[in-house]
Write a protein that binds this ligand. Structure first.
Ligand code: GLU
Length: 489
């Protein structure tokens, strides 16, 4: 039997896909997919000034990139089309008329000036700022007469009493209707407001569960009252905790990128991004940190989402990204890194094909140090640079200079390697022999290897020096060693 669950993601195309939006989409999608329900995408483009087609395309692309698919939506259609809110305006007008006929809304002719005065007076009296209901008391005939030549907005007539709704994250919620003002449903230009259209569309699209960011919690009482006025079934809610920066303030550029696209462009593994976004309020059994998308779908339940604000800790994310990179099959990792290496102009597709072994051995050796696919670019740069600049790693250079006999060890090794390599170069064999030779010279390992590492790559951390010599080739390595010996004098 088809599951009755129908959830939706309803982004406004007024910006790039925010990480908070991506999490909302993931939770809704996982909830539907784990229960055989339906996941819908609705574009809330009613703000013509701020909504753009480019943002809409970018949002759809971002969702698809994350692996989210939808059963109904602007591009795939569905029984409740159109899925662009802007195109549903006639339907919204029908709903507004229905409410008017039911006597649950009224025209308000109050001028901007009057409303400003009212707010000022309420502020001075330390009262709650709310519309005072003046026009609610207008006789119908007078309202009809004035409507012919005066501008007006339509307000929802909030009834007396209290209202309840169920929130899977917060439990049973109760609010006093007196706390909700007679809010504007339709503006004076005839355009309905967000709180109105979102309910009309959710009723029409038979949405059963509304999971969205906590910033919408203030809207929920208004919306629940509207469902009741239409005698429609109120959906179950789930307000997802705010995402906070490490400074405990609303997530902003200060503590991390807020657009999903930025993480993708920086080369973070997709699976790590999905995993990390879901950790913003959820974890398997409340504690397991690393999980796959399949596990998310199988295990996600809205009732397990935490209420407290979620800290978007970039350090944790970077660690998680490294975990994913460590466990990726080598070929996949190499394929994921390749676009960044190509983009940086280090290699071409033909180079990668022609030097496959070489390329894969470098990816394998660098894997431990990568946190993003793009990190490989910086790690590999020394292989393509004409010369090594010792100042690439100032601390490394200072460390190498601490060894008194640095020039002697480098020059000695250069001569030894030149001789040894005549018999061919195999990093494993040469490594063993070199270690014995170094010991026979009475040197300590770092006395040679620190300056050598710097000479070859211009950086202290990195793969085994004998692998580096293999990748660079003996000749280039000897030249770099000679050059460094001169510069480290
Ligand atoms: N369009 C709203 C937003 O972008 C979402 C509305 C909702 O989920 O109810 O925040």
């Amino acid at each position: 039997m088809k599951s009755p669950i129908r959830v939706r993601f309803a982004p406004s195309p007024t910006g790039k896909l925010h990480v908070g939006g991506a999490r909302t989409a993931l939770f809704n999608w996982a909830y539907a997919r784990g229960r055989g329900g339906q996941f819908l995408l609705r574009i809330e483009d009613t703000d013509p000034e701020r909504s753009t087609k480019e943002f809409e395309t970018a949002i759809l692309e971002g969702l698809r990139w994350l692996g989210i698919d939808w059963d109904e939506g602007p591009d795939v259609g569905g029984p409740h089309a159109p899925y662009h809110q802007r195109l549903r305006i006639e339907r919204h007008r029908e709903y507004a008329t229905r409410l008017h006929v039911l006597g649950r809304s009224y025209r308000c002719f109050c001028s901007r000036e009057r409303l400003d005065e009212l707010s000022k007076a309420q502020e001075a009296a330390k009262q709650r700022l709310a519309y005072d209901g003046l026009c609610r008391r207008l006789p119908q005939a007078e309202s009809d007469r004035r409507a012919a030549d005066e501008p007006f907005v339509t307000r929802f007539a909030v009834p007396e009493g209290e209202t309840r709704f169920f929130d899977h994250v917060r439990g049973e919620c109760v609010f006093q209707n007196a706390e909700v003002e007679d809010w504007v449903m339709v503006r004076s230009d005839g355009n309905p407001t967000y709180n109105f259209v979102v309910v009309c569309d959710d009723i029409d699209m038979e949405i059963t569960h509304v999971f969205r960011g906590e910033e919408h919690l203030v809207n929920t009482p208004k919306q629940v009252l509207l469902y009741k006025a239409f005698e429609a079934k109120v959906p179950e809610f789930g307000h997802l905790p705010l995402m906070l920066g490490t400074d405990k303030k609303k997530l902003s550029k200060r503590t991390g990128d807020t657009a999903l696209q930025d993480y993708r462009d920086k080369g973070y593994p997709k699976a790590a991004i999905v995993n990390f976004l879901c950790l913003q309020g959820w974890a398997i059994d409340g504690e397991r940190v690393v999980f796959s998308v399949d596990e998310l779908v199988q295990r996600f339940d809205i009732k397990d989402v935490q209420k407290a604000g979620a800290i978007f800790d970039l350090d944790k994310f970077v660690w998680l990204a490294g975990e994913y990179i460590r466990h990726e099959p080598l070929e996949t990792l190499a394929a994921n890194c390749a676009p960044f290496v190509l983009q940086a102009g280090l290699m071409s597709v033909a180079d990668i094909d022609a030097r496959r072994e070489w390329w894969l051995s470098i990816v394998a050796a660098e894997r431990e140090r990568l946190r993003t696919y793009a990190d490989l670019v910086g790690r590999m740069q020394y292989l393509f640079a004409p010369d090594v600049d010792l100042a690439w790693d100032a601390a490394g250079e200072a460390a190498a200079r601490k060894h008194e006999n640095r020039v002697a060890t480098l020059s000695g090794f250069q001569a030894w390697l030149a001789e040894r390599a005549k018999a061919g170069y195999d990093p494993v064999k040469v490594r063993d022999e070199a270690k014995q030779w170094v010991a026979a010279q009475g040197w300590k390992i770092p006395q040679l290897f620190q300056p050598l590492r710097l000479a070859l790559s211009g950086q202290m951390g990195g793969p085994d020096v004998f692998d580096m010599i293999g990748w660079l080739g003996v000749e280039r390595s000897l030249a770099r060693i000679a050059d460094a010996a001169r510069r480290l004098l």
